[in-house]
Design a protein around this ligand. Structure first.
Ligand SMILES: [Zn+2]
Ligand SMILES: [Zn+2]
Ligand SMILES: [Zn+2]
Ligand SMILES: [Zn+2]
Ligand SMILES: [Zn+2]
Ligand SMILES: [Zn+2]
Length: 443
């Protein structure tokens, strides 16, 4: 019933590239006899690699243009060259992960980078710094444990983007202005992240300038792109055209359409998807009146919060791990007003209300039916003294804010007075009276 985090993530964000893609890369049979010249083993020396590059080039020229052999050889040639390059870089750099003394963990700009093992051919990723492909079979690369930033080893020292996990924690809150644009000229025609000069987009048909950026392996055409979340303009190295829902549009317009965002925003949204940091009641209380599902979610959360108080002090419920077993997102019952982006998304598609109602029915069954201790902790309305046992989370009940007495909503609305509070007040008055009498005696 509940969707997995990754399927929810795909509804809230869509990356352009950088995802795994596998491709068959088996050595074609016709090349089997050349195997020994192609330095397929990982431990090949510099000399063996140089010979293999030469041999590979030779074989490429002998192959037909569109043959599978040629395709395989071209890819292998790239890999051999990259491996040779890595080999030479490692010789001059004692920290290079290829060396025994190399470092497998690095902390840079708040990222916690962990060296990735060379798994297998055919899985490719894009470097979040230079945007170039990471040939993970031959190139050393790192992954940030906290935000998923991928980086070549050679790019580590030039990374400028802070870890999204750190940014999210420091800011503590989203930008709630819809696309707060300041304009390209205010940005001095520079990319908001890397500060590269941006090409000025002219009306189509007149002239169109494009700037070319060097990204490690290739020159790519750079375009000016706006991020819907920050409202700022970026180069195509910092804004890949990925899309995400933007919190401001959800909060103000209940709009879940994905919009183009820069890579930093994409990572920020990704790491905060399930963080309950949106106080909807404060930000836009009108939304509850317009969106029926949200109103239902709010009411059910208040009831669940009251049920939770029963279960926390019940030994039976604790023994059965009732709370822990049923609830996968504790903040939904620990608080009543904080929402994560995923919560709001699931409220919009109806998944959240049915999930909450399901928890409520499990808890009610325990409190009112199966558990004697919880059942005994019900209340009798002190206004009508009817036999009906009342629980604070019942829709017909109201809880006195002063003394926590549980009364019928109808009874309370008629008298507008809580009998327990009246009693307490009278007792206090009496006590003060006695005190004054005592004072008089002393005099
Ligand atoms: Zn890179
Ligand atoms: Zn990171
Ligand atoms: Zn940039
Ligand atoms: Zn119980
Ligand atoms: Zn009553
Ligand atoms: Zn009261």
């Amino acid at each position: 019933m509940a969707s997995s985090p990754s399927s929810v993530a795909s509804c809230c964000i869509s990356r352009v590239s950088g995802d795994d893609s596998s491709e068959d890369n088996v050595l074609p049979e016709t090349l089997q006899n050349q195997q020994i010249y192609l330095a397929l083993n990982k431990e090949a020396t510099e000399e063996e690699l140089e010979t293999a590059v030469a041999k590979c080039k030779e074989l490429v020229l002998e192959c037909d243009n569109l043959s599978p052999e040629r395709k395989w050889l071209v890819r292998h040639l790239i890999e051999l060259r990259l491996r040779l390059q890595e080999w030479r870089e490692a010789k001059d750099d004692p920290q290079h992960p290829r060396n025994r003394s190399g470092i497998s963990k690095r902390t840079i700009k708040g990222h916690h980078f962990v060296l990735q093992s060379i798994i297998k051919r055919g899985i490719s990723k894009d470097c979040d710094h230079c945007t170039g492909t990471i040939w993970n079979f031959v190139q050393a690369w790192y992954l940030c444990d906290d935000c998923g930033f991928n980086s070549h080893h050679k790019c580590l020292s030039s990374i400028i983007r802070e870890c999204a996990h750190v940014t999210a924690t420091e800011q503590g809150q989203y930008e709630f202005k819809i696309c707060p644009e300041i304009g390209l000229s205010a940005q001095k025609y520079k990319c908001a992240e890397c500060k590269t000069s941006l090409p000025i987009a002219l009306p189509k048909g007149i002239l169109c300038f494009a700037r070319y950026l060097f990204t490690g392996n290739t020159w790519i055409e750079s375009q000016t792109r706006r991020c819907d979340y920050t409202g700022l303009y970026y180069c195509s190295g910092c804004h890949w055209g990925g899309e995400a829902v933007t919190p401001a549009r959800i909060i103000h317009n209940w709009d879940f359409e994905q919009k183009p965002v820069c890579q930093a925003t994409l990572q920020l949204i990704k790491v905060t998807l399930t963080r309950p940091i949106i106080n909807l009641e404060k930000l836009n209380p009108k939304l509850f009146a317009i969106v029926h599902e949200l109103d239902l979610v709010r009411r059910t959360r208040i009831e669940l919060n009251l049920m939770r108080k029963y279960l926390l002090v019940c030994r039976e419920a604790q023994k059965d791990h009732l709370l822990w077993k049923s609830v996968d997102t504790p903040h939904l019952i620990e608080t009543t007003d904080l929402y994560s982006l995923v919560d709001l998304y699931e409220a919009s598609n109806g998944e959240l209300p049915s999930k909450l109602l399901n928890w409520a029915s499990i808890f009610i069954k325990h409190i009112k039916e199966t558990c004697e201790v919880c059942r005994g902790r019900g209340h009798i309305c002190e206004i009508c003294f009817n036999d009906e046992v009342l629980y604070p989370f019942d829709t017909s009940a109201v809880v006195c804010e002063q003394c926590n007495a549980v009364l019928h909503k109808i009874c309370f609305s008629r008298t507008n007075e809580c009998p327990k509070c009246v009693r307490i007040k009278k007792r206090l008055e009496k006590q003060t009276l006695y005190l004054y009498d005592d004072d008089d005696d002393c005099d």
